[in-house]
Design a protein around this ligand. Sequence first.
Ligand SMILES: Nc1ncnc2c1ncn2[C@@H]1O[C@H](COP(=O)(O)OP(=O)(O)O)[C@@H](O)[C@H]1O
Ligand SMILES: [Mg+2]
Length: 175
Amino acid sequence: MKPKVIVGKHAEKPREVLPLVRNIIAVSSGKGGVGKTTIAVNLAISLARRGFSTGLLDADVFGPSVPKMFNEEKYRPEVRREKDADIIIPLSKYGVKVLSTGFFVDPGDAVIWRGPMASNFLKQLIMQGDWGELDYLLVDLPPGTSDIHLTLVQEVPVTGAIVVTTPRKWHWQMP
Ligand SMILES: Nc1ncnc2c1ncn2[C@@H]1O[C@H](COP(=O)(O)OP(=O)(O)O)[C@@H](O)[C@H]1O
Ligand SMILES: [Mg+2]
């Protein structure tokens, strides 16, 4: 039996962008190398194993590492032409539909995506990705706050966010 989906506040009303995706969860952090991708990938696969239809969008345009985590660094998505629009077919692996900016560039070339170009590319992956019906779409973001983050919140109704941090001992002093 299919588990009950936790429906976010945006998910109840129909919307134009990704109308068949019930929850869009952003995974972010203040700095790099804290475990965003590790969390996003493992969460996606765990959700899929529990019976939720799950997608993973690697929006870390400046250092996409989802292809490596899926051991699909050479994967190049098929693009299908449908009614004057190009539809990008995600990789399906471990029960998860995956699109990464890394699928479109050779590892050393990732740095070419800058500013509006990077944002437009992310928009294409969101709008033209063949995501179908999903319970969860996880978005692995670059570290910090950038145009990519702005693009995401402007383009899609994010239903939840995970902020990954590293533990620190809190030194608090009386002023
Ligand atoms: N909970 C953890 N404990 C120890 N190492 C971790 C943990 N989570 C991730 N790592 C390691 O830290 C490094 C960075 O993780 P990654 O998920 O790529 O971070 P980010 O996406 O935030 O840059 C990787 O080598 C990963 O294996
Ligand atoms: Mg990462």
